[in-house]
Design a protein around this ligand. Structure first.
Ligand code: ADP
Length: 161
């Protein structure tokens, strides 16, 4: 059983994340989308909301699960008996941080491999931060996020206004 963990803030999950998840789901028997608490990033959605949004968005993928974690990532990966961490690479600008993170995780647990997946080119400009900015300013986010996330953004930001 080959298991991969796809960790991130997913605040909220976008079509770029989904693209990476679908690619990983073809390579691994089981993929766990692991939502990090990341309170220091002051997320727009609570941890429970981010998990629920991701869960609904991946519901049709039989070998994909959603979970949350607040421990060290390598500890979570070991607890799930997973072999790999999946991360997405959009552009060279992602590389430096991701490279550092991957090597640090290897220092912490050398048995765990980090695998990078490139999304479809049309998603390379997409980030949760940009999607939130567009939504805040009243733009149409439907091309960038699953329908349930679009509805949640609308609800959340109406309350903010
Ligand atoms: P984090 O706060 O850990 O960076 P994110 O939710 O922003 O969490 O991203 C999780 C992972 O998904 C990261 O590896 C990030 O580079 C990747 N990612 C984010 N958006 C995209 C996208 N549009 N295409 C491919 N990978 C992406």
């Amino acid at each position: 059983m080959r298991t991969a963990i796809y960790p991130g803030s997913f605040d909220p999950l976008t079509n770029g994340h989904l693209d990476v998840i679908q690619r990983a789901a073809k390579l691994f028997d089981r993929v766990i989308v692991a939502v990090a608490e990341n309170e220091s990033k002051h997320p727009l959605f609570t941890l429970a909301e981010r998990v629920a949004l991701a869960k609904k968005a991946v519901a049709k993928l039989p070998n994909v699960e959603t979970d949350s974690f607040s421990t060290l990532l390598v500890e979570y990966v070991a607890a799930q008996k997973a072999q790999a961490i999946v991360r997405g690479l959009r552009a060279v600008s992602d590389f430096e941080f991701e490279f550092q993170l991957a090597l640090m995780n290897r220092k912490l647990d050398e048995k765990i491999e980090t695998i990078f997946m490139m999304p479809k080119d049309t998603y390379t400009f997409l980030s949760s931060r940009i999607v939130k900015e567009i939504a805040r300013l009243g733009g149409d986010v439907r091309p960038f996020v699953p329908p349930n996330v679009q509805i949640a953004l609308k609800k959340k930001l109406k309350r903010v206004k």
